[in-house]
Write a protein that binds this ligand. Structure first.
Ligand code: APR
Length: 236
């Protein structure tokens, strides 16, 4: 399948695409979920139980992002926009796809540089209007939104809805090529997105480890993201 000018490439990325920018993935050995208790720092209950711990977790990741740079994989994905329409659907909360030059990025799990007012026990997904971009600054307990409520990370915690999943499904349903880079495909609904690709759409998967995808459309490129992207580009 050769990408044409009017082709639609959809790229689903996970933590692995940012690994070569110095970020730990979540489930590799030594990953974030070995260092932290996911229920304490990335779940709605954890937020209600100890908001300071959650704020500290995301403050440290936000500070790390300031000094990080997009890697060759981010740049290669962005450069493909010269060839055709490229929509990136990322599970990552970093801004490296945008800083590499990608102009159509859907963040399924939120964005590290943004915060919003908490809405208490029955947390809604938060309206985009209330979102505040804090860049790489820290947010503390007592930092309030204009509506007087405590600011919380604009991150989809475990246990919360994924408001952009419909937008992502609509993109995958129209994909001429689906490229999956650097995700263990263990977290739904993101992990099920590939199923919405048309039956004649090739699904390229770039990962140094085998991923749990039994699908005749899959073309597996067992490599890290940067050099795997070179192989992908040579094939399309
Ligand atoms: N290049 C490409 N892939 C890599 C690299 C690399 N250099 N290094 C590791 N990987 C792969 C791993 O083999 C694994 O398949 O990246 C994947 C990372 O998987 P996870 O750590 O599970 O990350 P991800 O799939 O993005 O997690 C999904 O889980 O905790 C939540 O919200 C969090 O968005 C995250 C979601």
């Amino acid at each position: 399948m050769k990408l044409q000018r009017n082709s639609r490439l959809v790229v689903l990325t996970g933590a692995g695409v940012s690994a070569e920018s110095g970020f730990s993935t979540f489930r590799d050995s030594g990953g974030l979920w070995e260092q932290y208790d996911v229920n304490e720092v990335a779940s709605h209950e954890g937020w209600l139980r100890n908001p300071s711990l959650v704020l500290d977790f995301y403050n440290s990741r936000r500070a790390q992002l300031k000094d990080a740079r997009p890697n060759a994989a981010h740049l290669a994905i962005a450069a493909l926009e010269k060839q055709c329409r490229v929509d990136v659907i990322t599970q990552n909360v970093d801004n490296l796809h945008e800083r590499a030059g990608s102009t159509h990025v859907v963040h399924l799990h939120g964005e590290l540089t943004k915060v919003r007012p908490e809405s208490g026990l029955y947390e809604r997904s938060g309206s985009e209007q209330e979102v505040i971009d804090v860049g790489y600054e820290s947010v503390s307990l007592g930092d309030k939104a204009p509506n007087g409520r405590q600011l919380r990370p604009h991150i989809v915690f475990f246990g919360e809805a994924v408001p952009k999943i419909e937008e992502a499904i609509n993109l995958v349903e129209k994909a001429d090529v689906l490229l999956i880079v650097g995700t263990s495909l263990q977290v739904y609904p993101a992990a099920g997105l590939y199923r919405y690709a048309p039956m004649d759409t090739p699904i390229y998967v770039i990962d140094p480890k085998p991923v749990p995808l039994i699908d005749p459309r899959v073309v597996f490129i067992q490599d890290k993201a940067s050099t795997g992207m070179e192989q992908f580009i040579s094939q399309i």
